[in-house]
Design a protein around this ligand. Structure first.
Ligand code: T46
Length: 136
């Protein structure tokens, strides 16, 4: 599985750092939604689902966390530790977010509006969905 990690350009000067993200330029899709999670309780694992069509970029803009990606055949762990780096997650990938530092703020840029119908929350269903998609 190829993991696409982004390193964004910080615009630093004597005042500090600034990162700007533009759709279809820095981000490979039109951004329809932004959400973020914070105050994540120690030991919690979030996510544990896949999406049928959603694409996203995850950026830990403060603190750090880990992302486990699984395409049904292979798993990869991606640490997010810097506010100028992000990981791209396509559809059809099981994701889990864990090991959040107490100060972690995980921001997500998403290609679609929220739609519960797009979620696959059962792992066996995810495996069947990936097989069906491969056979098409
Ligand atoms: C994903 C990972 C990385 C909304 O009302 N609107 C939203 O846009 C989102 C994302 C969530 N919600 C509600 C639905 C739940 O009642 O917020 C609550 C928590 O959502 P969820 O349990 O889905 O959160 P995570 O952290 O397990 O997953 C989220 C995204 O849902 C998901 O798309 O890929 O982050």
């Amino acid at each position: 599985m190829q993991v696409v990690k982004y390193v964004f350009q910080p615009h630093g000067d004597e005042r500090g750092q600034l990162v700007a993200l533009e759709e279809l330029k820095d981000i490979p899709f039109k951004i329809k939604r932004v959400y973020y999670m914070y105050d994540t309780v120690e030991g919690v694992v979030r996510g544990c689902h896949a999406h049928k069509s959603l694409e996203q970029i995850l950026i830990c803009i403060h603190g750090n966390c880990k992302i486990r990606l699984d395409n049904g055949k292979e798993k990869k762990i991606i640490p997010l530790e810097r506010p100028y780096e992000g990981v791209y997650i396509s559809n059809n990938i099981w994701r889990e977010m864990y090991d959040f530092s107490s100060d972690a703020v995980l921001m997500v840029l998403a290609s679609e509006l929220y739609d519960e119908e797009d979620y696959i929350r059962d792992y066996d269903e995810f495996i069947n969905f990936t097989k069906d998609t491969e056979n098409k």
